[in-house]
Ligand binder design. Structure first.
Ligand SMILES: Nc1ncnc2c1ncn2[C@@H]1O[C@H](COP(=O)(O)OP(=O)(O)OP(=O)(O)O)[C@@H](O)[C@H]1O
Ligand SMILES: [Mg+2]
Length: 431
């Protein structure tokens, strides 16, 4: 079965039509055509029988000529009386013709004499020979007077009207299905964070219109909620930052002491966490699409790795310039590289921008993640090393944010084992 709605609806229309036509054709052909042929054949053989009787009962050669003339003029039969020779051997029966059978039956019924018949030899004429007492009567009858031959007109009509019907159906269907396709495209685009095409408005049948309207309202509601959330978060973050700043100032005013450094680093930690939560909650879907140079980004990672004493190798196949939301996309790669650098000593980043998909693999030689935990770690605030102190790690949002961003670009992130021994995180987005 085809997958598309268009193809399916066409089949729903075409299948019954073809079925109907087949049934009608078979029944019509079988019944009507056979009946008409039977009647016509009967009439021809009645004429032949009359001529046979007349010839049999004639009283002289003049009368024979007269009969032959009348048969030719009035009955359209070409009659001749041959000398009394035995009839030829029966001609082979044609395979697919009902005419031969019907004519033979009629002759047996109405004339009841030995006969010979050829319906195949000459396509326009049927030849009949009948054994008389004193000769053989040979009759040529036009084939089409014994045979309903114009039935193909009926077929031509049927096929051509159904073609017209089909064309009309195709045109109408296409108009009905277009709004559904537009709705699907708009919903898909919204899922990927693209702005809705401006020409999108409810069109088509009432059900489709309702679905489109519902979709537009849903989108508005979601956008409103996101906006509210962002506003609230901005308020919260502003307030908390103010408090944090006040802490810092008060700390600076306190007399020098051991505790001061610890408190300061706690404040730093809180600030960092706060920024992380906010970034996650806000999302970065609002950003405009632009150009990002992977080469520059990877260069930044290389110098960072150098500072931390890690070994980072990079590799780009294809065009290093990609069209994405630059800030969000850099954040996603940064999160993955930060994870790799935290857990491993050797890190490898390989980008491929050749085919329809852009893939970026981040690999490390760390402990990796067990296969049954690979979905778990994408959840916000999930960290696999709970024993460790919170400030040795992050907040558990890195992968959640990264996956959000990948999905907002219409792609995803997959975790697997790396050849280096640790984890391999693969970003895959439409290129
Ligand atoms: N490359 C990796 N090797 C081994 N474990 C990893 C790796 N990357 C992530 N993990 C595990 O997955 C968990 C979740 O990672 P995630 O990036 O979401 O949070 P995080 O790194 O702990 O904090 P954040 O990224 O917010 O600073 C981590 O706590 C870690 O246990
Ligand atoms: Mg992380």
């Amino acid at each position: 079965m085809p997958k598309g709605l268009y193809a399916r609806s066409l089949i729903i229309i075409i299948a019954p039509m073809v079925l109907l036509q087949c049934v009608v054709t078979v029944v019509f052909m079988e019944r009507h055509w056979q009946l008409v042929t039977q009647r016509l054949s009967k009439a021809v053989i009645q004429d032949v029988a009359a001529v046979t009787d007349l010839v049999q009962d004639r009283r002289g050669p003049q009368e024979l000529d007269r009969i032959i003339d009348i048969a030719r003029e009035r009955l359209d039969l070409n009659v001749a009386l041959l000398p009394p020779t035995p009839l030829p051997a029966p001609a082979p029966k044609p395979f697919f013709s009902i005419l031969d059978g019907i004519l033979s039956d009629e002759i047996k019924d109405q004339i009841g004499r030995p006969f010979w018949i050829d319906t195949v030899g000459n396509s326009r004429i049927v030849e009949i020979r009948i054994q008389l007492d004193d000769g053989v009567l040979r009759v040529f009858a036009p084939r089409n007077s014994a045979y309903a031959s114009n039935t193909h007109i009926f077929l031509v009509w049927m096929v051509s009207t159904s073609l017209v019907l089909l064309i009309i159906a195709v045109l109408f269907l296409r108009n009905q299905i277009r709004p559904i396709q537009a709705l699907a495209a708009a919903a898909e685009g919204f899922g990927r964070g693209q702005p809705m095409p401006s020409e999108f408005r409810p069109r088509g049948a009432s059900e489709v219109r309702r679905a489109s309207l519902a979709f537009i309202q849903m989108r508005d509601r979601i956008e409103r909620q996101i906006e509210q959330r962002t506003q609230m978060l901005n308020g919260v973050s502003h307030d908390l930052r103010t408090v944090l700043t006040r802490f810092r100032l008060q700390l600076a005013l306190l007399p020098e002491g051991e505790d001061q450094d610890e408190l300061n680093s706690d404040i730093d930690e809180m600030q960092r966490m706060l920024e992380g939560y906010l970034a996650f909650a806000k999302g970065e879907a609002g950003e405009e699409v632009g150009e990002l140079d992977l080469e520059t980004l990877l260069q930044k990672f290389r110098s960072e790795a150098e500072r931390k004493g890690k070994r980072l190798t990079t590799d780009i196949v294809g065009d290093p310039r990609i069209t994405v939301r630059p800030d969000a996309f850099s954040r996603m790669i940064t999160n993955l590289v930060a994870n790799a650098m935290r857990h491993g000593e050797r890190v490898k980043v390989s980008a491929n921008h050749e085919g329809r998909w852009l893939t970026i693999a981040v690999e490390d030689d760390g402990p990796g993640i067990a296969a049954d935990k690979r979905e778990e770690v994408f959840k916000p605030f999930v960290r696999l090393d709970p024993a460790r102190n919170i400030d040795s790690g992050g907040t558990g949002l890195g992968l959640a944010i990264a996956r959000d961003i990948a999905r907002a670009h219409g792609g995803d992130i997959l975790l697997s084992d790396s050849k280096l021994g640790g984890l391999r995180a693969l970003i895959r987005v439409p290129g």
